[in-house]
Design a protein around this ligand. Structure first.
Ligand code: AR6
Length: 175
């Protein structure tokens, strides 16, 4: 059975096959969840990321999980919100889709995401949640290995937004 779930918590503690990092295009670390992942994974992660020479917005790169409980870390720079007419929605969907594709390619069964772009990058939360859930549902239909996707939200407001988007997408499917 393929499932999507929403939990509140710290993604650095999640023992999924892959956890996703809301990175920037340098892939060289930063604040927010990116900073937390780099601190918890240890300095070897920085060295592994350096080899990529950056990553365009919406694409994804994979490394080992190093000191994290996760086996892999998938790094994706989400879009910076510039008002909505700079392809932000498409680019955010790409971040989810490309991260899931990489996880699937590496044989991951369980994948955990943070709320990409809704922190420092200011993407409106409810819109981001809808896009994320839609991308996950679409991907799971044809996934070979990924079976369980978890949204790991740091705060209750974010968790509620993704839970709402998940519930709404279920209602849509029933019609
Ligand atoms: N576990 C889960 N979620 C977390 C954690 C954590 N440990 N820490 C923060 N969050 P942000 P962005 C949540 O700003 O908007 C970095 O500097 C946070 O509360 O981390 O994509 C990068 O290097 C929020 O809900 O990512 C980029 O420059 C969500 O993660 C830039 O920030 C995303 O917030 C990316 O900005």
């Amino acid at each position: 059975m393929k499932t999507i779930q929403v939990v509140q918590g710290d993604i650095t503690t999640i023992a999924a096959d892959a956890v996703v990092n809301a990175a920037n295009t340098t892939l060289m670390g930063g604040g927010g969840v990116d900073g937390a992942i780099h601190r918890a994974a240890g300095p070897a992660l920085y060295a592994a990321c350096e080899k990529f020479g950056g990553c365009p917005t919406g694409e994804a790169r994979i490394t080992s999980g190093f000191n994290l409980p996760a086996k892999y870390i998938i790094h994706t720079p989400g879009p910076i919100w510039h008002g909505g007419d700079h392809d932000e929605e498409q680019l955010l969907a790409n971040s989810y889709r490309n991260s899931l594709a990489l996880a699937d390619e590496y044989g991951c069964r369980t994948v955990a995401f943070p709320s990409i772009s809704t922190g420092v990058y200011s993407f409106p939360l409810d819109r981001a949640a809808q896009i994320a859930i839609r991308a996950m549902r679409a991907f799971l239909r044809s996934a070979s290995h990924v079976e369980e996707v978890t949204m790991v939200c740091f705060d209750p407001t974010t968790a509620r937004a993704y839970q709402r988007a998940l519930n709404n997408s279920r209602n849509v499917n029933l019609n």
